[in-house]
Design a protein around this ligand. Structure first.
Ligand code: GTP
Ligand code: MG
Length: 149
């Protein structure tokens, strides 16, 4: 099944939004298959944001993501990658729609609370960058027949 990688960034943790954010993906009907709480190393942060290496905000982004604990998550479900991006909202919280995580809780592009993989290939790369295979749990929620025909 399709999987995506999400990370609640240090601002989301510091603001006490971990439960609220996880709630939104549980409520939607996606399945949690991986979860850990960690202080991100510079090496991991730089690998994760490697596509942005040449951007002017790269150093600040790496400093920020390593500045405090992060909650790393893997969610499973049909269409979860694109749907999670919608639930998260636009990169700049000021233009993110109300009802999205960034739209409801953020005001600054450098403090946008959560990361979500943007495509199938990046989701696979990010899941394997952040998690070992044995840290992921395949399971079948008992409510499955009430979510899918
Ligand atoms: P992620 O899910 O975190 O990858 O966000 P995104 O996919 O919505 O945006 P993108 O991958 O383009 O940028 C990665 C992160 O870099 C963003 O989440 C922002 O925190 C940060 N970022 C992007 N553009 C800017 C910018 O112009 N200025 C600053 N300060 N940060 C930026
Ligand atoms: Mg991105």
């Amino acid at each position: 099944a399709e999987r995506t990688f999400l990370a609640i960034k240090p601002d989301g943790v510091q603001r006490g939004l971990v439960g609220e954010i996880i709630r939104r993906f549980e409520d939607k009907g996606f399945t949690l298959v991986g979860l850990k709480f960690l202080k991100v190393s510079r090496e991991l942060a730089e690998q994760h944001y490697d596509v942005h290496r040449e951007r002017p905000f790269f150093a600040g982004l790496v400093d920020f993501i390593t500045s405090g604990p992060v909650v790393a998550l893997v969610w499973e479900g049909e269409g979860v990658i694109a749907s999670a991006r919608k639930i998260i909202g636009a990169t700049n919280p000021l233009s993110a729609e109300p009802g999205t995580i960034r739209g409801d809780f953020g005001v600054n592009i450098g403090r946008n609370l959560i990361h979500g993989s943007d495509a199938i290939e990046t989701a696979q790369q990010e899941v394997s960058l952040w998690f070992k295979e044995e840290e992921l749990v395949s399971w079948q929620p008992t409510i499955t027949p009430w979510l899918h025909e």
